[in-house]
Design a protein around this ligand. Structure first.
Ligand code: CMP
Length: 137
């Protein structure tokens, strides 16, 4: 059992559909701490930086356009085994395949519009936090 941090981004579809409070409540109910919460609009440049690991994928431009299309809410989630636990709580990438009870399973509609992003590893957490907070918190 190890206390970890991970980065969460409620995407423009989640913020636009006013799901932020309900989504973040799940992590609090689970016992995690919400830290460094902020809301902002990704610029195209910041979005390209954030999703740099996907830059060679066919869906990269759509992804960048979507994440820059409206307000997002980002925060650090801290708690026991947060990296794997938060990934399990958000569910499969394709909302239509995500299990009921997961955030994407309960609230998500599509693949690009899948409500929420969470870091998939400690390395991703560090890189993504640098893009969003311009520092490691
Ligand atoms: P996210 O967890 O934010 O990480 C990368 C995102 O790319 C993913 O969620 C999806 O929203 C998006 N995406 C779009 N098309 C695809 C695809 N074909 N395969 C995987 N991810 C995709």
């Amino acid at each position: 059992m190890v206390v970890e941090q991970t980065l969460l981004v409620v995407k423009p579809d989640g913020v636009g559909r006013q799901l932020t409070g309900r989504i973040l409540a799940r992590f609090e109910e689970k016992g995690f701490q919400i830290k460094n919460i902020t809301s902002f609009n990704f610029t195209i440049e910041k979005a390209q930086e954030f999703y740099a690991p996907h830059r060679d994928k066919a869906f990269f431009n759509d992804l960048v356009k979507f994440i820059s299309s409206g307000l997002v809410v980002a925060c650090i989630v801290e708690g026991t085994n947060a990296l794997i636990s938060v990934r399990l709580m958000i569910g499969a990438t394709k909302s239509f395949e995500a299990a009921p009870g997961t955030i994407r399973g309960d609230f998500g509609i599509g693949l690009t519009d899948n409500v929420i992003h969470a870091s998939d590893s400690y390395e991703s957490f560090i890189k993504e936090s640098r893009v969003i907070f311009d520092r490691i918190t």
